[in-house]
Design a protein around this ligand. Sequence first.
Ligand code: NHW
Ligand code: EN5
Length: 388
Amino acid sequence: RHKFWETQPVGQFKDVGDTSLPDGSIELPTPLSEVKQEPYNLPSPYEWTTCDMDSEETCTEVYILLKKNYVEDDEKLFRFNYSKEFVRWALRPPGYYKSWHIGVQAKASKKLVAFITGVPARIRVRNEIVKMAEINFLCVHKKLRSKRLAPVMIKEVTRRVHLENIWQAAYTAGVVLPTPITTCQYWHRSLNPKKLIEVGFSRLGARMTMSRTIKLYKLPDSPVTPGFRKMELRDVSAVTRLLRYYLSQFVVSPDFDENDVQHWLLPTEDVVDSYLVESPETHDITDFCSFYTLPSSILGNQNYSILKAAYSYYNVSTKTPLLQLMNDALIVAKRKDFDVFNALDVMHNESFLKELKFGPGDGQLHYYLYNYRIRNALRPSELGLVLL
Ligand code: NHW
Ligand code: EN5
């Protein structure tokens, strides 16, 4: 069934439920001298290219490949449209390797036809902090699909990760592969219900009129929590402390230091937004919430071409109830003109989804580890990791 994945060091379907297999690495590291030194072979019209994400031109090529060929929903109404600035941000975190930004181009025209990336991350699994690659943006041009290019690209990124002496990876996908550590549900909170209905993202509920629907999703004009403000550079150390403490309760989470927090959570316009609550009395930072900007192209609507979506990222509540904190996140997202606010049922998100009028979507997100077995699948609420 999975001719490629059966050959890889990942949990196999036949081993699900086998408690005799230990948690942890599936295969041991080999000496770096034994890692294959030459790239894998591509079909002869194509060649590897390392994409320089500092170059405006390369970023534009990557952006266009993804805009035309990346992930769609099951009815092909929407396609992710990551912005150039977003991709640059996602691919240049602290300690990133340029060699992990891998393109496939036509030899003749030099046109970019496929892409896969990794970025380094320290991921904690139970008590162990593991250096991993986070793999993302796997994309093959629509005209080159089903030619077994993806397995070659995955092997090549694996080889380049091994060359940096890293032996594990984390990734997510909308499709089922061998074998998920957990399966999460997407939830959606309408901010602009009229547009969402018009473009086919949502439907008018039974016995609902448009005006009742608009009223149902109305939000206040500004956040209600005293001391709620945008995160700034001076907040990095307080946010790092808050986040490290909060994430330690989950089975799998990133091990963020201050450099990571500055990169991944300090606000970057149209990429990532972060807010916190500073106690008006003590000036302590007690709560935090964040979301990233990922628009989708609307395929074939007369009136609209872009769906502006915010995705819940990392949220921490110690004083402000999470429900109220996330309601304020919805309010600021609405003010910033997002059409919809999306969230997964990870961490403590279940506690606010229904009350804040999120509804379950038709998509799921499966989380995977490469070369790291976890005996029993996790519940989504045990997962403290959000990938972009
Ligand atoms: S998930 C988003 C993936 N991208 C898209 O869905 C974009 C639209 N689709 C495409 O571009 C986020 C193509 O359909 C792709 C497959 C390229 C998806 N992950 O070339 P063939 C990520 O980026 C397996 C993993 O003929 P294709 C995460 C499939 O099961 N494997 O197919 C990426 C089959 O293998 P099997 C996937 O349609 C994580 C084989 O590919 C997959 O032309 C990558 C067929 O290949 C997916 N999303 O191209 C793994 N989709 O065994 C990282 C299909 O079943 C692992 N396949 O026969 C870790 C590496 C680092 C390790 C370090 C130690
Ligand atoms: C990893 N970095 O299917 C990314 N999205 O539900 C790769 N559905 O937007 C993996 N089909 O349910 C990506 N509206 C996997 C996800 C791929 C994209 C995807 C789903 C997630 C989605 C929408 C639109 C469906 C359009 C038709 C959806 C319902 C919203 C409704 C609002 C009101 C309350 C009930 C729900």
